[in-house]
Design a protein around this ligand. Sequence first.
Ligand SMILES: [Mn+2]
Length: 430
Amino acid sequence: MNDFFNKDFLEKHNQQFQNAIDDEYEALGRKLARQNIKIDDVTAAAQNFSIAVPSWGVGTGGTRFARFPGLAEPRNIMEKLEDCAVINTLTRATPEVSPHFPWDRVDDLAEVRERASGHGLSFASVNSNTFQDQDGQPLSYKFGSLTHADEATRQQAIAHNLDCIEYGKILDAKSLTVWIADGSNYPGQQNFTHALENYLESMHQIYGQLPDDWRLFIEHKMFEPAFYSTVIQDWGTSVLCAMELGDKAFSLVDLGHHAPNVNIEMIVARLIQFNKLAGFHFNDSKYGDDDLDSGSIHPYQQFLVFNELVDAEHRGAAGFDPAYMLDQSHNVTDPIESLMNSAISVQRSYVQALLVDRDALLDCQQNCDPLMASNILKAAFETDVSSILAKARVLSGGAADPLSCYRDAAYRTNIAADRPAVTGSGSGIV
Ligand SMILES: [Mn+2]
């Protein structure tokens, strides 16, 4: 990988954009100075922004109907790390990879950690998988895992999560993300109360084995694969469980896992207020849990989420330490391109939120001026911060324009011979 995007290659690439970036950056700097904002401070904050890439995201996803594999797809965790390294080398915004088990399971995880480190990568939250059956697995998750009516099945699912903690220790991860597909397809199929009681009992056992410096992230999802009821269906149930489990348990917000039109930024504010925000799985959607690229449909919503996050940062909210991760399915694009685009889109929302005039906004709120309050947010959202993002990347050693840089290198074509297509894949949609 390093041969493709070495220092010389990047410098040559950046050269062609330098004048335009400087020109736009200086003009934006003058504009922001009139708002008493120092552009270099914003650029430094952009350089510090980081969002994890999911290991499964670098494989081509699919739908229930078909999967159309791309050229030179990664076949295992080592090759996934190579692709993740390309994304971080060019964007300088994704130094962490969120692994998934058992898909990323290999005998020598210490070697995986070393390989990642060689790429300048480390590991974010470990994801467990009790939503599908693995080869040779004694008991099926067809009717549930951590909430299953059968205790032996619950114990099998608990044991898998405890294994994930052990894998995570080797990888130097510091959190476990648990999403279960448990639920029902028919009224009466499942006793709502019994299922949640089983969940809490199972999660208590997992929580009890969590190292002191680890956190437990509970991911909720409204529907799918269960189409009538889902055990951990919304942020209310998720935060109730997190409160029940203890201080190391938090509620994770996946942007696609809510009912249509739900005010997600308000949920974020509530979770911050009660110190229960785990972090995010960023993606976008038009209809349901579409797993589209972040910011591709609702960039203003993504900005409003960051408005809450930056507000919390600004006021020094207690325990505020959200984990950012992308969680998307790339069905018709090159996953590397989509993940680069998305990381930059989320970074853009963060930077735009930094531009909100918070004192003026507070004045509007105090003086009951809804129109100007809204305009203050819009003014920040409508500011083109592209030159700040490009400048941050170049200063950090990345690419001025990651997409054209990536395409110029013809990465996929060049590695295709080393990565023949395989049938079946541990990548894709989750
Ligand atoms: Mn997710």
